[in-house]
Design a binder for this molecule. Structure first.
Ligand code: NAP
Ligand code: MG
Length: 498
């Protein structure tokens, strides 16, 4: 079987990648003002895949001006909510119709298995568009009864926050971009999207579909480039009303500082160190499979990856052995190979960083229980790894590795308080997973865990379920009603009835 037979959409994806890419500003494809471009690589080979335009401060100025103009254009600001919804539904249909091409493009640019992109990332992005399209017609304020002297007619209006800069990472480039663009457009904002420098391709392709869907010019703008240039210029820009960011906690901190100039609203989706807790009564086979999936999916490059596994001592050996077996049996290879289960990580730098954590953990006394699978010769591949015998002060236990590296710990017949305290012993608070059949324990523990999302016995992402972090995992929520509220301001109107 040829690659093209295994991967529908590959030819279009390669042709798109090879084309000349500009910036999308004010409804036009334009040249970057300084005329510079940068390379994006295929992580499975390290070869240059495409060149994207390098947006600098002046390009950001132009994009912000275009977005501001869109927020003054009645074609957008006075557009009926049902028409905004229609445009988003249209975009969802177009994305769905091009699912193979988008999945192939994501596989080329990010390295993830084609199947994962085709059956998770792209359909999830389509669902995000449809879910948020539904909100466009339901963004109502409320009428309020006032108690002061006089007679009043008082109500609230929900208005778009304005021009929004959206900065996204490379681990799920299309899904992350759409998770931001869809609610912002449903709310009536104007957007400037800055994809990660490693993975600009699907955002570029998406811009073409947005242009075809019929949004007024300047409502959606795309500036590819580097974080410290285009990203920093956007977050400091006085013409930007809000920044929504997904990425590292470190850059999140820089964004908060940069946003103070004009008190931009800020939503941050940052890192995680998600605990997976296997209780004594859990379905051990399902918990084992779930624990392995949680850390090895997307080669561990998921903010909510279950990177700390806490197992009751009764099942510890069995679960660790089971996860280690999965690690060792994992077929590692390029995303386009039909039998690949785990693709490369995003870059040589990330590979070296992850390997550094594993070596550092072992040097500090951890035991390597599994370091699985054969690695292909070229590309940025890392072995799925299980460590036991770590201590709470080790970097592998404390820091987000963003790779397929699991630290497994056992606990005795401790009370829920102690289990929660161990799970909560991290600066992060993005997610937590509990495996149990004890309903009371599940709900009691869910309440004690300091995490934005607690899942019991499995589960995944859903556009309707708020997602975000406690503690240093971020500010605010994406998805659900709260996700769209993040793009709205509340205006109170009070009229004295004379
Ligand atoms: P990153 O370095 O923080 O980069 C994320 C984005 O920010 C990229 O577009 C980057 O541009 C840009 N950026 C970098 N420096 C900037 C600056 N000074 N000002 C403005 N923008 C800047 O993160 P990453 O390494 O790409 O992604 C991995 C991290 O993202 C992990 O920590 C992971 O946990 C987190 N993440 C969180 C979630 C969530 O929902 N909570 C989801 C996915 C990932 P460049 O690409 O040019 O550097
Ligand atoms: Mg790339």
């Amino acid at each position: 079987m040829t690659e093209a037979e295994i991967v529908p959409g590959l030819e279009q994806a390669r042709a798109f990648a090879a084309a000349k890419h500009g910036l999308f500003i004010g409804g036009q494809w334009v040249e970057p003002l300084a005329g510079e471009r940068f390379a994006t690589r295929d992580p499975a080979t390290g070869a240059v895949l495409a060149k994207a335009a390098r947006g600098l401060t002046e390009d950001v100025d132009a994009a912000v001006a275009a977005a501001r103009k869109a927020m003054d254009n009645p074609a957008w600001t006075e557009m009926k909510p049902s028409v905004r919804a229609l445009l988003l539904f249209r975009l969802a249909d177009a994305l769905e119709a091009h699912a193979d091409e988008f999945a192939a493009l994501e596989c080329l640019d990010n390295g993830k298995p084609f199947r994962d992109a085709r059956f998770f990332d792209v359909p999830y992005a389509v669902e995000l568009l449809r879910y948020n399209a539904g909100w466009a017609t339901k963004l109502n304020g409320e009428s309020i009864a006032l108690s002061g002297p006089g007679t009043w007619h008082a109500y609230t209006l929900k208005e778009p926050v304005g021009v929004v800069a959206q900065i996204v990472p490379w681990n799920a480039p299309l899904a992350m971009a759409v998770a931001k663009v869809a609610p912002a457009l449903a709310a009536g904002c104007a957007v400037i999207l800055k994809p990660a420098e490693e993975t600009p391709m699907t955002a570029l392709r998406l811009a073409h579909l947005i242009a075809e869907a019929g949004f007024p010019e300047g409502v959606f703008n795309l500036v590819t480039g580097f974080g410290e240039q285009a990203g920093a210029a956007l977050t400091a820009h006085p013409g930007v009303d809000k920044v929504t960011f997904t990425g590292s906690t470190e850059v999140g901190r820089m964004i908060i500082k940069a946003a103070t100039g004009n008190f931009k609203r800020v939503t941050l989706e940052l890192g995680g160190k998600t605990p997976v807790i296997v209780m004594p009564d859990a379905d051990v086979a399902k918990a084992t499979e779930g624990a392995a999936r949680s850390i090895f999916a997307n080669a561990g490059q998921i903010c909510n990856a279950g990177s700390r596994l806490f197992v009751h001592e009764r099942h510890f050996e069995q679960v660790v052995e089971g996860v280690a077996k999965v690690a060792e049996a994992t077929k590692i290879g390029p995303g386009f190979a039909a039998d690949t289960q785990m693709g490369p990580v995003i870059s040589a730098q990330q590979r070296d960083r992850i390997e550094g954590y594993i070596k550092g953990g072992v040097a500090a006394g951890a035991t390597l229980r599994a370091s699985g699978g054969d690695l292909p010769g070229e590309g940025y591949f890392v072995k799925p790894t299980v460590l036991t015998g770590t201590s709470a002060d080790m970097a592998v236990r404390r820091e987000e590795i963003f790779g397929p590296v699991l630290c497994a710990m056992s606990f005795g017949d401790a009370d829920l308080e102690k289990i929660a305290a161990d799970a909560n012993a991290t600066d992060y608070g993005l997610g937590a997973v509990i495996w149990t059949n004890d309903l009371s324990a599940a709900h009691r523990l869910a309440k004690k865990l300091k995490a934005g999302t607690v899942r019991v016995n499995g589960g995944g992402l859903d556009p309707a379920l708020p997602f975000g972090g406690f503690k240093q995992s971020g500010w605010g929520r994406e998805n659900g009603r709260e996700g769209i509220d993040a793009y709205l301001e509340t205006k109170s109107v009070a009229m004295a009835l004379l």
